[in-house]
Design a protein around this ligand. Structure first.
Ligand code: ADP
Ligand code: MG
Length: 559
């Protein structure tokens, strides 16, 4: 049987596509600018292959202009242009990407800079415009052509006048409706902001005529005049592509503030240029302060994700494990598989590799902070230590190996936060366990009778004052082969403790103990004599897994 081609109702398809693949209208500008940048890149590749074409970077730019009264937005580029056939094939055939074809035909292997690949971005213009006109003159051609369309109705092509090589795209911006406001796409400041947001790192200048006011020269009564000035809106060279040695701490801090990652100063930055199994650049920041909503459900972790300098996602959560959710910053990679809207990613190997890589870099940075800049680490721990402890506890302790070396607890002997490693290194030979005591505060724990015996023995005790502490430690179980032991547990592994109560003592006070147990019935399991008490007459102790503090926390939790 002969195979038949599918037919498509192209009008409907176009409408469906335009209105369903993009979640935000403003990205039409990103798409058109990306196309213009591709067109200039093609000039560059042409010049490499053809000696008669000269590529001088300063001659290439993209210009955005508005005519508010006529509701016209124009994008001009000095790129390679399109012939009549190319207008027909590239703008008349949905899902045909001239840019992808260009890369294949010219066997461009390092053509990562060329952004286009799906052949749909151009049509996003119809989200904001009811008429789109493209006038283009291709390189090596004497004639120019005009392509025009009102969207679903189809398009027309006719001869046109254009002096220079390149493309000019004119959008007639839609009228406002009751639900939708389109005026914003005629507003200079709004347009500038959209360009900054998505296209800041396009490698060619994006120019705009910007209106400002200035005092009239010679005027005495502060008279102002309006004037327009051409400005380059984008910063072009992204900081993450620059050489680390060229950049100062201040450069990174400026970037942090410009990007509004936080209003504080970053505590530390990490600049990664990875060139291995996966190629990417990243600039990450460890903030100094806990964001006000950090420990709430509202907080959303994630890094900005760029594909080739073009913003794809504002917050890509998959790039950060929860326990490093405080990290801010961005990742740029040319190796990502994007989906058609460029707003989402296929969950691919690349992304997983980058995430894993980033996790290790953050851990490495924190470890060196701990080792070399303890004061800074203390500050960091103050803000985000709790998150690390939650990290140890969550996912059934799966991440304890990543995190246990980063934990700190208050030490009874050092009177400051210490790591597990430091504790174990100081342990006398006869000490069997890592001792800890839980309580509301350092002061409260210090006064508690349970700590006496261990302290008198000269052993260090870690004070757990955070709800999560003991739960996290239960996940770790042991550190460098030393098990953790709560000072209030029955068997402390200390000699004086071994034969806790002699039958004699027990018998001597039998009546007293029975009377006490009776009074406290339902509150304690039994009343016993103990050798662990020094200056206190009595203390509570526990048997089994759950300690008193853990029970308190569990009871306080909502069911
Ligand atoms: P993509 O960019 O993914 O290829 P688009 O729908 O954005 O898809 O554009 C379709 C094609 O139209 C491009 O591949 C390119 O060949 C052509 N094109 C669009 N804009 C321009 C332009 N400003 N200059 C030259 N060619 C362009
Ligand atoms: Mg495109």
């Amino acid at each position: 049987m002969a195979k038949k081609q599918f037919k498509a109702e192209s009008k409907r398809l176009l409408e469906m596509m335009i209105n369903s693949i993009y979640t935000q209208r403003e990205i039409f500008l990103r798409e058109l600018i990306s196309n213009a940048s591709d067109a200039i890149d093609k000039m560059y590749y042409k010049a490499l292959a053809d000696e008669s074409v000269v590529f001088e970077k300063e001659n290439y730019y993209i210009k955005v202009s508005v005519d508010k009264d006529k509701r016209i937005l124009t994008l001009t580029d000095t790129g390679i242009g399109m012939t009549k056939e190319e207008l027909e094939n590239n703008l008349g055939v949905i899902a045909k990407s001239g840019s992808l074809a260009f890369k294949t035909e010219n066997e461009i292997k390092d053509g990562h800079n060329i952004i286009g690949q799906f052949g749909v971005g151009f049509y996003s213009a119809f989200m904001v415009a009811d008429v789109v006109t493209v006038v283009s003159k291709a390189i090596g051609s004497e004639e120019a052509f005009k392509w025009e369309s009102k969207g679903a109705d189809g398009y027309s092509i006719a001869a046109a006048e254009k002096a220079t090589v390149g493309t000019e795209i004119t959008l007639r911006i839609k009228e406002n409706t009751e639900e939708d406001n389109y005026d914003e796409y005629l507003d200079e400041y709004r347009l500038k902001a959209i360009i900054k947001k998505y296209s800041d790192f396009i490698r060619y200048p994006i120019k705009m005529d910007v209106t400002s006011h200035r005092p009239v020269e010679g005027s005495e009564d502060n008279e102002l005049e309006t004037y327009t000035e051409e400005q380059t809106v984008n910063s072009m060279v992204p900081i993450w592509r620059k050489n680390r040695s060229e950049l100062t701490t201040e450069d990174y801090e400026n970037f942090y503030n410009e990007k509004r990652y936080g209003f504080d100063k970053p505590l530390k930055h990490i600049h990664i240029s990875a060139d291995g199994a996966v190629v990417y650049n990243a600039i990450l920041f460890i903030p100094e302060n806990t964001p006000f909503d950090y420990y709430t459900k509202e907080y959303e972790k994630g890094l900005e994700l760029y594909s080739n300098g073009v913003l794809i996602m504002n917050k890509c959560g998959d790039l950060l494990p929860d326990y490093f959710g405080f990290v801010k910053g961005m990742v740029d990679s040319e190796d990502l598989s994007l989906n058609i809207s460029r707003e989402m990613l296929q969950h691919d190997r690349q992304l997983t590799l980058i995430a894993k890589n980033i996790k290790n870099k953050i851990k490495g940075q924190l470890q060196s902070l701990l080792k070399d800049e303890r004061e800074q680490y203390d500050k960091f721990y103050q803000a985000f230590g709790r998150q690390l402890k939650y990290g140890v506890y969550s996912d059934y302790g799966m991440n304890k190996d990543v995190l246990q070396d980063l934990l700190m607890f208050h030490s009874s002997t050092e009177k400051k936060l210490v790591t597990l490693d430091e504790y174990v290194a100081r342990m006398p030979e006869d000490q069997k366990y890592i001792y800890y005591a839980s309580g509301e505060s350092v002061e409260r724990i210090e006064k508690s009778p349970q700590t006496e015996l261990v302290s008198d023995k000269g052993y260090e005790i870690l004070y757990f004052t955070d709800d999560i502490d003991e739960f996290a430690i239960k996940m770790i179980m042991s550190y460098k082969e030393k098990e953790f032991k709560n000072v209030s547990s029955g068997d402390l592994g200390i000699e004086a403790d071994e034969n806790e109560t002699s039958a004699e003592e027990e018998n001597d006070n039998k009546d007293l103990f029975e009377a006490m147990a009776g009074l406290l019935s339902g509150k304690v399991k039994s009343v016993k004599a103990s050798k662990r008490l020094k200056s206190h007459p009595v203390c509570l102790s526990t048997e089994g897994e759950l300690t008193i503090e853990m029970e308190k926390i569990l009871k306080a939790m909502p069911n």
